[in-house]
Structures are given as C-alpha cells and as structure tokens.
Design a protein around this ligand. Structure first.
Ligand SMILES: C[S@@+](CC[C@H](N)C(=O)[O-])C[C@H]1O[C@@H](n2cnc3c(N)ncnc32)[C@H](O)[C@@H]1O
Length: 405
C-alpha cells in the first residue's frame, strides 16, 4: 500500500473533485442516463469526478464492467473517448443507445415514429407473436392471461420499431419501448392499463429525444477538432486485453468501474414482475440474447463457500484489467461488501495478486478512519435489501495503479 504516492501528489488538488463526486447523493439524472434503470448503476457525478481528476480531453477512459454505460456517457460529454466492456448483451445495447450522436435524418425518422405510437398500439389490431423468443423462454412470467394486453402492446411496439431502417432511430425507439416496458412491469405489483402504457411511451419518446439532443449539443459545444467516441464490447473482461479494439487504445489514462459486489445479490438481467417473479423480457425487447444464469453476471455464485468462484473470477478479470493498464493509468473502483471485515482485505489481496497497488490519496482530506473514501448508498435496490446500517449499505472508492508504476 502506498500512501500519497509521489506520482499522484501533483494531482492531489484534483482529488477534491473525486471526493465531491463520490459524496454527491443526488439521483442519477441528466444527459441520456435515464434511458434505463440499470441495477446498481453508479452516480454520474462520481465518474465525472474521476474523469476530471485523472484525464484530459482526447484521453481514453475504460470501464471493464460497463453496465448501463454511465462511464461512457460521462466520458463523451467531457470530450474523452470511452471503451466499455460487459458480459451482458443488454449492457452493449444500452451503451449504444446512450452514446449515439443522432443525425438530423434519424431525428426526423424517429419523430415520425413517435407520432405513430397512438395507432401502433391498438388492442383491436393483430400483433406479431415473437415465436423464437417465446419458444426460447423469454416470455417467462409474462405468459399468463393477466398480461395479454401489455404483451400485445409491447409486441406491436417492437414490430413498429423493427420497421425503422435508420439504425440510430431504430436503436433509440427500441430503447423507448424497453424503458416504457420496464416502467410498466419491473418491481411493481399492479399493471398499468394499455392507455396508460401508451401515454407513458409517448412521454418517454419525447423525453428521450430531448435527452439525446442535449447529449449531442453538449458534445458539439466542446468544439473539439475530433469528436469523442465510444466503443462497447459484449464479452467477458477476462482475456479482453488481446482484442484489437482494446490494444488499439491501450493503455488508457483512466479505468473507472464498479464490478459486481461480493456477496450482494443483484439481478442485472431480470425484471421482477408481479411481486418477485423473474422475467427475462428485457433481452427480448432489446432484441438480444441472455447469458447463462445469475452467477454469469455477478462474477460467481454467492452461495459458493468463501465466495471462492467470485474471487477466482475477480482475479481473472482484474488480471486482464491490469494488462490493459500502463504506468500512467489510474484505476478507480466503487465497491460494496456484504461482510467488509473479511471481504475487503480479501478483495485487496486479489488486486495485489493481479499486480495492482493501492494508493490512498485521501488522508489529509478524509475523516474516514482507514484513509479510504466511504459513502452511504442512496436509492439502490440492493441497498434496500440490506438491513439498515449494515456494512453492505456503504460503498468504498478504491484507487490502484500498476505495482511499481
Ligand atoms: C455493478 S454493474 C456496473 C454498473 C455500471 N457502473 C453502471 O453505472 O451502470 C456490474 C456489471 O458487470 C458485468 N459483468 C459481470 N461479470 C462480467 C465479466 N466477467 N466481464 C465483464 N462484465 C461483467 C455485469 O453484467 C454488470 O453489468
């Protein structure tokens, strides 16, 4: 462990930004962040703080557990380039939807689609049943008669989206359907009427266009000679360092991420309908395919003794993260633990085994006893499942560099 590394001292003044960002408890909002409620997404102000502290415009920022794409959006909005990697195909869909810069032609196509929502969703008309998805089980827990109206409305909305041949308009419109369906189905006990679904979809369509245009204006306003770009890879981070898209941009200045947390159950890949029944519908609506069970998305089975599979997977992914880093790369993570007493030391041990050395920048500015930046977790679903004041209800920011860098 290296307190106040000489390398990082010149940036010490900037670290105040990271502290402010991490402590900011405001809701996730602005730009395209609200296109989807991705489970356990981190706050844009935290990422913004890290980006400001450790990078300049034109630099590359990597998020090896990109999730809902918060890092990619913030990086581009600040004129940095971003690469996101995630094992979930839903994540790559969201990263694309949130970071595309709409052309005027796509805006016109999309607006025409928006105006057709009223006639698209019509219970007296037919809908295309998506046989392949239904046969593969993607309608699970939405196949009962009580869901037929919403199912039909979603099928009709997807069919209308699939008729859009301009790629960006298609992706944005599909994301509107996804967001509206999440609103209608996920974590609620009652179902909205079709009329309410339609009104919500229209409202979302307008809000999301405004957000996408705000994102475009923000980037235009930077007046950069070369506009920033985002790349999203759908794959495991293990081994990703040898992909051309990754070698082309490595080493980045900053790797900022929030990996799945040890021992904390988060359903990244399911909605909870009718109480707690798990539905794989988001993949069907996004036009993507699901992976292989919840431990596939959480780095391992939390019932595995000692979280062995979690820590093995943490090691293989962070070995690859370390291989992407150079001597000038700072690695910033936001993590929480169900049992911090043994999991935090074990976590740090794995980081060391991967060739990463912890830097505690904060001693002079923090009142946290261990010199790390801890924060209470606002409004997270997994947090609500923890007992109040349980240690898992707090997150910690960890800063690493390559050992000896
Ligand atoms: C806590 S979430 C990241 C949330 C993100 N920071 C945001 O703001 O939306 C963790 C992500 O890690 C992804 N993941 C799990 N195992 C992975 C692996 N082996 N390689 C890459 N991504 C993985 C999950 O699919 C999930 O999206």
């Amino acid at each position: 462990m290296n307190d106040l590394s000489p390398d990082l001292v010149p940036k010490f003044g900037f670290s105040q930004r990271l502290i402010e960002g991490a402590r900011d408890q405001s809701r996730v909002k602005g730009l395209t962040h609200e296109f989807y409620r991705y489970p356990a997404r981190f706050s844009p102000s935290f990422v913004r703080g890290a980006i400001e502290a450790f990078t300049r415009p034109g630099d590359w920022v990597v998020d090896p557990f990109a999730g809902g794409g918060t890092t990619l959006v913030e990086a581009m909005a600040m004129g940095r380039n971003a690469l996101g990697i995630d094992i979930s195909s839903l994540s790559s869909f969201l990263c694309e939807a949130k970071t595309q810069i709409l052309s005027d032609q796509d805006v016109s196509t999309y607006e025409r689609w928006t105006e057709s929502i009223d006639e698209t969703i019509n219970m007296h008309a037919t809908s295309d049943h998506h046989e392949a998805y239904a046969d593969a089980g993607y309608y699970r827990n939405l196949d009962g008669p009580e869901f037929w109206r919403l199912r039909k409305a979603i099928e009709q909305a997807i069919s209308s989206v699939e008729r859009l041949h301009r790629q960006q308009a298609h992706v944005l419109a599909r994301c509107v359907v996804l967001k509206t369906a999440q609103w209608a189905l996920d974590s609620r006990k009652t179902r909205p009427s079709v009329k309410a679904f339609k009104a919500q979809m229209y409202k979302q369509a307008r809000l999301m266009l405004e957000a996408a245009l705000e994102f475009r204006d923000q980037i235009d306003g930077l007046n950069l000679a070369v506009p920033p770009r985002a790349i999203s890879l759908h794959r495991t981070t293990t081994g990703a360092e040898s992909e051309t898209a990754v070698t082309d941009i490595c080493p980045p200045k900053l790797i900022v991420t929030s990996p799945p947390y040890p021992g904390i159950h988060v359903l990244y890949h399911r909605w909870q309908v009718d109480g707690r029944k798990e539905a794989p519908a988001p993949f069907w609506i996004a036009g993507k395919l699901d992976g292989a069970g919840s431990s596939y998305y959480t780095l391992g089975d939390r019932k595995n003794p000692g979280l062995q599979s979690y820590f093995d997977n943490l090691k293989s992914t962070f070995t690859s993260v370390a291989a992407m880093a150079g001597d000038e790369t700072t690695i910033v993570q936001m993590v929480a633990f169900s049992k911090p007493d043994w999991q935090l030391p074990k976590y740090l041990e794995v980081m060391e085994e991967c060739g990463l050395e912890e830097h505690r920048l904060w001693d002079a500015q923090l009142d946290d006893e261990d010199g790390r930046l801890w924060r209470d977790v606002p409004n997270r679903r997994w947090h609500a499942q923890q007992k109040s004041h349980a240690p898992g209800a707090r997150e910690v920011v960890l800063v690493h560099r390559k050992s000896g860098a």
